[in-house]
Design a protein around this ligand. Sequence first.
Ligand SMILES: *Cc1c(COP(=O)(O)O)cnc(C)c1O
Length: 462
Amino acid sequence: MTVKILLEEKDIPRQWYNLGADLPTPLQPPLGPDGNPVSPEMLAPVFPMNLIEQEVSAERWIDIPEGILDILYRWRPSPLYRAKYFEEALDTPARIYYKNEGVSPAGSHKPNTAVSQAWYNKEFGIKRLCTETGAGQWGSALAFACSLLGLECKVFMVRISFDQKPFRRLMMETWGANCVASPSPETKAGQKILAEKPDTPGSLGIAISEAIEAAVTDPGGKTRYSLGSVLNHVLLHQTIIGLEAKKQLEKAGEKQVDVVIGCAGGGSNFAGIAFPFVADKINGADISIIPTEPTTCPTMTRAPFSYDHGDTARMTPLLPMHSLGHGFVPPPIHAGGLRYHGMAPLVSQAIVEGLLEPMALHQLECYEAASLWARTEGFISAPETSHAIAAVIRQAKQAKEEGKEKVILFNWSGHGLMDLTGYQAYQEGKLIDYPLPEEELQNSLKVIENLPKPSTAKTGKW
Ligand SMILES: *Cc1c(COP(=O)(O)O)cnc(C)c1O
């Protein structure tokens, strides 16, 4: 039996897929503070114009520049695995396939967009990129990308992670990035918070504000900001995952896929594997496409579709998305990458249209699933990825009950070798399930009450 389905370099996809071109109800534009759509020029101090063009593009297919492919060959095409040993343990008639995105140098899918963004910035004449990072996965992906392209990289890392998780910081520094704890004394936003609360643990919202400020205040104008998820161009860059998977499934002799699953924080790795299959669904294919999230941070399953800011400090435009409110402070579950308050507008609009079937999972079920995975397939999963594995188990069990030979595809978004303290807490029995209480949800939603509401119209086909 074939366990690994590999593609050669020459088989790598040469175009990204833009779901925005095919959505039956079109994506709604970001809005500025005055409630009017944001123009590309307004974004120019923050992002390079070539990426802004991608952000607003209506083209279905966008060529991947050779220079980016040259970098991606270091780990792409990534292997598609048949999860044979996991299937045996579950005694399921389902055939389970997964894309292993943990083989990238930084250990997750994030370098797919990090190298693409760094490449376009360099092309535009930018010398330095600024970003924020929570647990450090995005910061390390961008540090890696900048090192290959000869760009300076500045990472504002949330204080508590900076102190508690030195290994990701050391990865960034090994790739030559400058990483500081946020809030930092280097920006006005950071200084203000340090003056008020010198002992603050920091937050992603504060770190985003610092990174944007550091980018737009460069007097030379050669610095830009980079975001690791949520935005259209980021999701676009990740579609190489699903496009490769399609070729690999064909090679494995599969004629159709029944279920596609990915965990969703800002939505980028899920979109990466799923959007090429969403296109098939729009064209009539019968596929269940499932983004998964923690019950602790239930953006897709319980939050309204609203306009909201992408960051706590309200520096970003208003995006049409499922949002728990920009002030939402999630409990400190271990899946740090799934603790974001919003969801990518493209994923959100596809949910509104009924093309996706979001699912929320409890933390303990996810660690149990990741433990079975480690003891069968062998790889130790990122806590984020465990939310996809738990959903795969549910689907595989359902296939067994129904006696159906389903084909299940999911994205193994990254390894958990830098996140072992979560496994430790699980093994010591210290983890609990923490579904978000309704009262906390309602409180958190107050900040979006008076913000504009996007249309929730849909065709009703799904
Ligand atoms: C960052 C991260 C995620 C969540 O981010 P998305 O943009 O939703 O993909 C999921 N898995 C891993 C391993 C991550 O590092």
